[in-house]
Ligand binder design. Structure first.
Ligand code: MG
Length: 163
């Protein structure tokens, strides 16, 4: 099997007094995402998509939120670790597509910066990293502004003829 895909999903609560960090980019907002790490919901979804493509467990197994070492962690650093892990398994990431689901603020003005940051952490060309955004249309926890979610799909390919 030369290529494999994985999916990732994550959600975090929005609270006052926290920065809003998506794909490693600090986005001006009155509320931010709550969590043990920097709560970068987008980076976490991408990490789980990568781990899923490699069938290497999930983000909680690799970076447990009970581990004080990950408190306030920069999730793009964790993402870089996962890319290295895949490399050790002779897997190279060839494409990532993600969607952020957030009522406000609007993500579109920050989309390019987010793509650049993710592509840097993934060590991939910008053209191979897609970031989209949508709102909850007022529905559910996203629509009420209680939290944000993100979904991602990653495609990896085996290097050097490895199966
Ligand atoms: Mg998370």
């Amino acid at each position: 099997m030369s290529t494999r895909s994985g999916i990732g999903f994550d959600s975090h609560r929005l609270v006052a007094g926290r920065p809003l960090i998506l794909g490693g980019v600090h986005i001006p907002s009155e509320v931010g995402l709550s969590g043990h790490s920097d709560a970068d919901v987008l980076a976490h979804a991408v990490i789980d998509a990568l781990l899923g493509a490699a069938a290497l467990d999930d983000i909680g197994a690799h970076f447990p939120d009970t581990d004080a070492a990950h408190r306030g962690a920069d999730s793009l650093v964790l993402l870089g670790h996962v890319v290295e892990l895949l490399g050790e398994h002779r897997l190279s990431v060839i494409h990532v597509d993600a969607t952020v689901v957030l009522e406000r603020p609007r993500i579109a003005p920050h989309r390019h910066d987010i793509r650049c940051a993710l592509a840097g952490a993934l060590r991939m060309p910008l053209e191979a990293v897609s970031v989209k955004a949508t709102t909850g249309e007022g529905l559910g926890f996203v629509g009420r502004g209680e939290g944000a979610a993100a979904l991602a799909v990653a495609t990896v390919t085996a290097l050097g003829g490895a199966s």
